[in-house]
Design a protein around this ligand. Structure first.
Ligand code: HEM
Length: 140
């Protein structure tokens, strides 16, 4: 299954590129005041969200493929796998929250300042560190 694992990691990197950059766009969008600038951010956010959703779906397809192929049988008794999958659920919830923020901006209904989006940016970074440590080190 090394090919499947490689594609899993490639899609995961695509997903995280978006998870990291989208809140950056929100930071600049929240500080933007001119009409052409606002419209440009809306287009950029929508397109980036589509790319990162493709990354998320690809990551999930290849991850589930590995689970079905060998990993559930091999590791279902190990805590790290359950912890990883729980953190992946949190990541998907964050992804959906990002979609809500894209829609709020699209309707000119953003309710947060740029400092809020700088902090929002830290959440996927924490999840990335935790998930990669769990799946590579397999500590428990
Ligand atoms: C969407 C749901 C996901 C499922 C079902 C899933 C499942 C899996 C499985 C079964 C493996 C093989 C484990 C092994 O053989 O040791 C794996 C490997 C891996 N996963 Fe995921 N995963 C998912 C999401 C993620 C996410 C979000 C990340 C990163 C934040 C990630 C990072 C990795 C890495 C880096 C590996 C390779 C580990 C290694 O071989 O050393 N996965 N995943």
């Amino acid at each position: 299954m090394p090919w499947i694992k490689a594609w899993h990691v490639i899609f995961m990197v695509t997903w995280f590129a978006g998870l990291f950059y989208l809140p950056r766009l929100f930071v600049y969008h929240a500080a933007c005041t001119d009409a052409p600038g606002l419209e440009r951010f809306k287009v950029m956010e929508r397109k980036l969200f589509i790319i990162m959703t493709i990354g998320a779906v690809g990551t999930a397809i290849f991850g589930i493929w590995m689970l079905a192929g060998y990993a559930w049988t091999a590791y279902h008794a190990n805590g790290w796998l359950h912890a990883k999958l729980a953190l992946v659920v949190a990541l998907i919830a964050y992804h959906i929250y990002c979609w809500k923020l894209v829609l709020d901006f699209r309707r000119d209904q953003n309710r947060h300042g740029h400092v809020f989006y700088r902090w929002v940016n830290e959440f996927p970074a924490l999840l990335l560190v935790a998930i990669v440590l769990l799946v590579v080190v397999k500590p428990f």
